[in-house]
Design a protein around this ligand. Structure first.
Ligand code: GUN
Length: 294
């Protein structure tokens, strides 16, 4: 039986620390961090995430500046809003929820966010800093999901140095930055993807396995080495038939019940990486605020 890494508890701890820190900053500077949350359209999952991010931000004392734009918003209009937020003093972090509608070029929008206000850590300058900096530095704006995964690994208090890590998924949001973070912890990192030969065989050699593929329960027991640490980034909605009722269910990229028996530690879905992603967004916003005071 493996240890279940409780993302809810770890995220709560992180939020409690941030709340204390923000209180102290408020006493000292009479200001609190401000986060602009921009959503375009009404993708259901995005609405859920935006609501959760807003609620958590308010709880720790971050001011939220909400901009919910309709589906027909043009790229030009969105860029004008980002420019306004870039120049707005009470905004320290800007989050543009992805995905954006098809008629908007996501990279152009992400590039337009001022790197100092890049709450997601997606701007090329911050991506470059993450790649270049020798350590996973306190002041870097690091993509929230992979940083949350790293904090979960660190919560185990084990030596990461020299471990064989496999990251399944090569996205800019998770896979690539996750690999950078693990590399800086001196892991030997392999990024696997849909064209990888013998994916199961490769994964079964990993001491640390991070699954960020977006395929429900693809990682089975035979993909996992005995006593490996398994981090499940997937959030997949599937339908489950119970008697005659069809119910929606959230599952990860890992078959939890199978893999739990073999891994030394595993993150659950829900209640694993998800809450950590949000807590790390609040961390980035607070860092951006502190950097703005320098
Ligand atoms: N969509 C899915 N994950 C994320 C994320 O971490 N940040 C943003 N902005 N959009 C997302």
């Amino acid at each position: 039986m493996s240890k279940i890494i409780d993302g809810k508890v770890l995220a709560q701890r992180l939020r409690d620390n941030l709340k204390d820190e923000i209180n102290k900053l408020k006493e000292q500077y009479n200001e609190v961090p401000g986060l602009a949350v921009v959503q375009v359209g009404n993708v259901a999952a995005s609405s859920v995430y935006v609501k959760a991010k807003t609620k958590s931000a308010l709880e720790v004392g971050i001011k939220v500046i909400d901009h919910h734009l309709n589906e027909e918003t043009t790229q030009e209009e969105l860029l004008i809003l980002v420019d306004k937020l870039n120049n707005q003093d009470n905004v320290n972090g800007i989050l543009v929820q992805l995905p954006l509608p098809d008629h908007i070029n996501e990279q152009i929008v992400l590039d337009s966010i001022h790197p100092d206000k890049d709450a997601d850590g997606f701007h090329p300058l911050n991506v470059g800093k993450l790649s270049i900096s020798p350590k996973n530095d306190e002041n870097l704006l690091i993509p929230c999901t992979p940083y949350g995964c790293l904090l979960m690994l660190k919560s185990l208090n084990i030596e990461l140095k020299g471990k064989d890590a496999v990251v399944i998924g090569r996205s800019n949001i998770v896979g690539k930055p996750m690999a950078q973070l693990l590399l800086k912890e001196s892991c030997t990192v392999t990024i696997a993807h849909s064209k990888t030969k013998d994916l199961a065989g490769l994964c079964s050699k990993a001491d640390i396995l991070v699954a960020a593929v977006g395929r429900p329960e693809i990682v089975r027991e035979n993909w996992v080495k005995e006593n490996a640490i398994v981090i499940d980034v997937g959030i997949n909605r599937i339908e489950e038939k119970i008697k005659d009722n069809i119910k929606n269910k959230l599952v990860g990229d890992v078959d939890f019940l199978e893999v739990e028996k073999k891994a030394s530690a595993i993150t659950p879905v829900p209640g694993g990486v998800g809450p950590m992603t949000i807590a790390c967004l609040l961390r980035n916003t607070t860092i951006a605020f502190k950097n703005s005071l320098k």
